[in-house]
Each structure stands twice: as C-alpha cells, then as structure tokens.
Ligand binder design. Structure first.
Ligand code: BMP
Length: 457
C-alpha cells in the first residue's frame, strides 16, 4: 500500500472535485512517416497538443492514464516532459497492462516510476510469487502505487478472464495493491469489489464510448471513471468534460431514486414487448401512470427542472407531447413559471384541425418535453408541428433515452436531445438494486447494444 499515492489521489480530488481520469490514447503513429526528422516533428507536435489538452482540462479531471500506444509513439522522454509540465494538476497512471515474470515487470516498472508515473497497472493473472511481488516491493521502495487488473470491459472478457474475477481479485489484494481496475460494463463486479475491499481505490474504464453511462460506475461503487475517447475526441474536450461532470454530480443521486421508484411502481418491466414503432424489446418503460404516484412524479419533474436550470437554457414556452409528455411537461412548465402547450398525437378532425393546443407566437423558442425517446419519430412530428406554426425548436428533453437513434435522428433536424438517463443506466441501477436478474440484465444490455443507431422509421 502506498500512502503517498493514496494521499496524492485524494489531495488532487479534493481540489478538483472530479472523479474523472482521462485515458490518453490519441490515434498517433509517427512510424508511418519514413524520415527520422518527420517522425520527430510529429512527436513534438503531438506532445504540444497533449499539453494544450491537459491545460484545457485543468480542474475538470483528476488523473491521466497513459498506455502503450502513446508511450511507443512519443518515447518515454517526451512522456516525462508531459508529466513534468502538468504534474501539479494531475496524478499519472501508466497502463502497460503488465503481465510478465517479476524480473521483467520490475525492469519496466523502474523506468516508468523514474519517468514520473505515480502508479501502474498490472494483470493479477500473473500471480503474486515471481510476478506481482517484485513490482509491489519496488513500488513500496519508490513510494508509488500499483493497481491490479482482474477483469476487462470488452465483450470477450466474459469468455475467460472475467469468469475468474473473484480469484484474481483475491490475488491482487493479497499482493498488496493500492486499488483495482474494474470494468464499468460489468457493474456488479464493481459493487462486489467495493464491498469486499472498501478501502481500495477502484478505477472503472468502459464508460461513454464502450457503452456504460457516465456516473454509472460511480453509482456502483467505483471511485473514478476512466474516460478516453468521449472526452479526448470531442470537438471541445473541456465542454464535454463539464457536461459529463454535471451529469455525474447533479443527476446521480436523483437518477438512483427515480430508477428505484419506477421499478417499485412497475413503470419499467422486463419481458417481451412490442413498441409503438413496431420494434420488439425485452424491456418496456411506461411512464403514463407516473402522475398517480405523487412522490415519483415530483421526483421526475424536479429532475427535469434541475437539469434545465443547470444547463441554463433559454426558451419561451414548454410543449408536452401526448400522452405522457403532457402531465410531465405541464408540471415542469408550472415549476419553471413558463407557459405550456401540448401536441396531440392526431390532428383534430373538426374545429381548428390543429395538432397543437395552446399558444405559440411566431419566432418563440419552444422546449419540447416527453417521457422517453426510442427512434425520435414522435418527437420529430412534434418539432414539425411547432415549426409549421412559426415556433423555433432547438431542444427536446426526455426522462429516458432508449438509445435507438433518437439523438442522431433529432440532431439531423437541428434538435439537441437532452435526457436525464439512458436505458443502460436505468437497467444498471435496477440490476444493482436487485430488481432485475443477472440474466435479464444481460439480455437487455445486449439488446440495447445491438439496436443502437436505428434509423428514423
Ligand atoms: P475509452 O473511454 O476511449 O473506451 O478508453 C478506455 C481506456 O480504458 C483505454 O485506455 C483502455 O485501454 C482502458 N481499459 C478498458 O477500456 N477496459 C479495461 O477493461 C481496462 C482498461 O484499462
């Protein structure tokens, strides 16, 4: 156990209040260039870009994880330079996923620690004796940290590695590591690890690009979420990091409460269901009855209000989409002191023949509210109806994004979809709290992954 590493991590986190560790894996291959000078130029410009990125993210993330692709590309000297330039702001973890005999592990570890890394990651599968032990004792001598890898986030990890999780975890713990790398895509492993070793630090990769939702690993018991491409490849990494932090901090507690209340009131079910779009689904979310449960309804509408306030969006009116979006939108509008209107499913066949009930003045911006989104087709009909009446629509907000193309289909029409949670997050919460069996959880997660990005129907 390295008191120095644990203290460093805690001191930096106190200052940033951020549970994000950036995985720094930029796509970069200087060897694709033939000339040594060109390779060096490429290395220097990549190192400069990374320093700029880390300066931009100061205060938004706590740690940086650097793996072999960047070490191969830059060489250890330039990595050392990056660490030295930015070390006041971050702790640095090296991720060689070490898995050799102890002697070789020790030779690698000595260089990595000398370069300035505060901790490194080693596969627990190599075992303690003549494997992890040499690294742990070197780390103790040099006051550095060691993190044990006992499972991984990709689907193939369940073919072999993750089946041995409990044994590997016991090995890493016995070897005296400071913490564990546990995949966010298998959240039950995070919870059982935290329960078994509450004082160890848990770092969870697999959030964002790999599918687990932001904040879900923290909710399961992790101390940090390791996030790579979602931040590093965003058009504005700092804006994305801020957005993720807001998602983690402000909605985290409410999301857990809402998910539990939805399950208790049977608003989320697992089984075989046909959706409005005609698609089949192994789970169903029905929020039409939520106004019948006063506490749940208050929780849901307050979560919309809190999110809208924290985003600081400006709009003139709120439009609810029939059916479930009408009561939710009406109460959100009332709480925000905004005028409300609603959109019918079908046009009236008599009178005004309008799909819209309520007032829109030309040029006003309208926030659309609904309960859930699948492909986005109902929301798009609402967008069209409002635009036909001269209203502007830039945003739509739902409680649950079923992750089946809604974000993309709305974006094509210039509308940003805001959601309080994804189905992945909802089902993870329910699984962790025992409302959904392991088998159903895996079935639903598989379905969500396979049906992502369904095009507008
Ligand atoms: P991304 O958020 O872009 O998917 O990056 C995840 C990072 O976490 C990568 O650096 C990867 O090597 C690492 N990682 C992982 O994805 N799964 C694991 O099980 C262990 C990891 O270290």
């Amino acid at each position: 156990m390295s008191k120095t590493f644990v203290k460093l991590v805690s001191d930096i986190t106190k200052r940033t209040d951020s549970r994000i560790v950036l995985a720094l894996d930029p796509p970069f291959n200087p060897y694709s260039l033939k000339l040594c000078e060109d390779r060096m130029k490429e290395r220097l410009s990549t190192a400069a870009r990374i320093k700029n990125l880390l300066a931009e993210l100061d205060g938004l993330i706590s740690g940086v994880k650097i793996g072999l692709p960047l070490i191969f590309g830059l060489g250890l000297d330039l990595v050392e330079d990056i660490i030295n330039t930015t070390r006041k702001s971050y702790f640095f973890i090296c991720d060689p996923k070490m898995a050799d005999i102890g002697h070789i592990n020790g030779l690698e570890a000595a260089q990595l620690f000398d370069v300035g890394f505060d901790a490194l990651i080693i596969h627990a599968a190599v075992g303690i004796k003549g494997g992890i032990d040499e690294v742990v004792s070197l780390a103790e001598e040099m006051d550095k940290g060691v993190l044990g890898l006992c499972a991984m986030s990709h689907p193939g990890a369940s073919e072999h590695l993750n089946k041995h999780y409990d044994e590997l975890l016991a090995i890493a713990a016995k070897a005296g590591v400071d913490g564990f790398v546990v995949p966010a895509t298998y959240p039950h492993l995070i919870t059982s690890t935290k329960n078994a070793y509450p004082s160890s630090i848990i770092f969870a990769p697999g959030v964002g690009t790999q599918g687990a939702s932001f904040g879900s690993a923290l909710a399961a018991g992790a101390d940090y979420e390791i996030i790579g491409r979602s931040i590093a490849q965003a058009s504005s990494p700092s804006a994305k990091a801020r957005e993720i932090l807001r998602e983690i901090r402000e909605t985290g507690a409410d999301i857990q409460k809402i998910a539990l209340a939805l399950a208790k009131h049977h608003c989320v079910m697992v089984g075989e269901f046909r959706l409005t779009s005609g698609l089949m689904s192994p789970y169903y979310i029905d929020l039409r009855a939520t106004p019948s449960h006063q506490e749940l309804f208050d929780l849901i509408t307050s979560a919309y209000v809190a999110e809208l306030k924290s985003l600081g969006l400006s709009f003139d009116r709120i439009a609810g989409v029939a059916t479930a979006g009408v009561p939710i939108g009406a109460l959100v509008a009332y709480k925000l002191k905004k005028p409300f209107l609603y959109i019918r499913r079908e046009e009236r066949t008599h009178g005004t023949k309008s799909k819209i009930e309520g007032v829109i003045n030309p040029g006003e911006s309208i926030l659309i509210v609904d309960d859930a989104v699948t492909t986005g087709s109902s929301l798009l009909k609402a967008v069209e109806a409002i635009r036909e009446r001269g209203g502007k629509v830039d945003y739509a907000m739902v409680l649950v994004d079923r992750e089946q193309g809604g974000v993309q289909n709305l974006a094509k029409k210039g509308v940003k979809l805001l959601s309080l949670m994804t189905s992945t997050r909802l089902i993870q919460e329910l699984y962790l709290k025992g409302f959904v069996s392991r088998e159903d959880y895996e079935k639903v997660i598989k379905y969500i992954k396979e049906s992502k990005n369904v095009q507008e129907t």
